[in-house]
Design a protein. Structure first.
Length: 445
């Protein structure tokens, strides 16, 4: 750049010197050094009479003007180049800043999506509200105009919570308190979500966040309800309480806890069926071409909506008019599928992760109850065989202490309470006659 400046300066100097020489102010035979010296030492008031110029003198004067014009043009071009270079640097810097800003906004949106937290800003004076895309997703509505966003937000609040939330918002904005409350919202899809709203209130604006806490809230409801409603029950009452808890927690129309029939492997017999809040007894259905068939094949199934489009030929689903489905298998102690837990609803079922995780817990508890019932059944069967066999049986521990005898032994021995002996040894010291008598009785049997 310095070289360009020097070239322009030289062009301007030689142009002026050429013009002075052409006008006769300096000799024609003067060299460059003499011309520069003459130009620098020439007083401003000096005037030299120039004879009538010839064409040669005119050309020299014209060439001087041309050099001056070229120098000025180069100077202007250089200024434009410098301005353009600075402008391009400024544009490049702004583009980099805008790109960094867009990247930061994208990172913020991704972070909000992962954390399920939306942001919003409300003008206190004119009630103009701006919301992030994640907040609209949490509310389950499409983005609205800035003037309608606040009204849209209030309309999404659940009808049972709306009056309480509106009064809380009014009090908070009036006294400029910290905003912190929980309530339910209902989107355009009809799904109910639990949200937590927090904000910082100033005299002019409110900056806040809206977090989707549906999964955490459902988990709290389920485990609190399990400890309160299910724990302590056994058998049929246990499954009825568990199915009722699932229907209440997720607000679904149907909940089924069933086992695979031992006589017909392609059939499911219900342990409990909750249908719109009522218990239906002795219900069974066949698995062929149903979503439950996939569940029995050790697959977790979840259909948030449009269930009938996937299974249009299942008559029982048509009669129930269901829209969504969630099912998970139950496993026995041998690791085989013994049954399933199914939830069906007549509206879309959201929160897939929360639904399946809590269904997994319910399936594990139901499987443990089934195994306990099976163990009790085996014990009852063993006890029945023990009491009704025709052979006398004594059960003793490793120390020879009598634990139990059956009725046949009591009948053979003639003692009504053989348990009064502390051990088999004390029983054997009662005398050889009784032992021989038992031998003959046992032999005759």
């Amino acid at each position: 750049m310095a070289v360009v400046w020097r070239l322009i300066w030289i062009m301007l100097c030689f142009g002026m010197l050429s013009q002075q020489a052409a006008l006769g102010h300096v000799p024609d035979t003067a060299g460059p050094e003499q011309l520069v010296t003459f130009l620098l030492n020439q007083p401003e008031s000096s005037q030299v009479i120039n004879p009538s110029p010839s064409w040669h003198i005119h050309w020299e004067a014209l060439s001087g003007y041309l050099l001056i014009f070229a120098g000025l043009t180069g100077f202007v071009f250089l200024l434009v180049l410098l301005w353009n270079t600075r402008l391009r640097r400024e544009v490049s810097r702004r583009r980099q800043t805008e790109a960094a800003l867009r990247e930061s906004e994208q990172n913020l949106l991704h972070s909000q999506r992962i954390a399920a937290i939306g942001s919003w800003q409300l003008s206190v004076t004119d009630r103009v509200m701006t919301c992030s895309d994640e907040m609209h997703r949490i509310l389950g509505v499409e983005p609205a105009d800035a003037g309608d966003c606040y009204k849209q937000f209030l309309n999404t609040i659940h009808c049972d919570d709306r009056l309480r939330v509106e009064n809380y918002f009014y009090t908070t904005l009036r006294y400029q308190n910290e905003l912190d409350c929980q309530f339910r919202v209902t989107g355009d899809d009809g799904a109910v979500r639990y949200v937590k709203c927090q904000g910082k209130v100033t005299a002019e604006t409110v900056h806040g966040t809206l977090q989707d806490i549906t999964e955490r809230h459902l988990s709290d409801l389920f485990f609190q309800g399990f400890a309160r409603q299910v724990t302590g029950h056994h058998g049929t009452d246990y499954f009825n309480a568990l199915a009722g808890l699932l229907a209440e927690t997720f607000n679904v129309a149907y909940v089924l806890i069933g086992v695979i029939s031992k006589t017909e492997p392609g059939r499911v017999d219900s342990l409990c069926l909750i249908a719109k809040g009522k218990i239906v007894k002795d219900f069974y259905y066949y698995l062929a071409d149903t979503p439950c068939q996939k569940v029995i094949e050790n697959h977790v199934c979840f259909y948030a909506r449009d269930l009938l489009l996937h299974f249009p030929d299942v008559e029982v689903l048509q009669q129930m008019e269901v829209e969504s489905y969630a099912g998970i298998p139950m496993f026995s102690s041998e690791g085989t599928c013994s049954g399933l837990i199914v939830m069906l609803d007549q509206k879309p079922m959201l929160n897939e992760q929360a639904v399946l995780s809590l269904l997994q817990v319910a399936a594990s508890r139901a499987s443990s109850e089934l195994q306990e019932l099976e163990a009790e059944r085996q014990l009852k069967l063993t006890s029945l065989v023990f009491e009704n066999t025709q052979e006398g049986i004594i059960i003793a521990d490793a120390n020879g202490c009598i634990i139990r005898v059956n009725r046949a032994f009591t009948r053979m021995s003639g003692f009504q309470n053989p348990m009064c002996w502390k051990s088999v040894r004390s029983f054997s010291t009662a005398g050889p006659i009784m032992i021989i008598t038992l031998f003959f009785i046992y032999a005759r049997c």
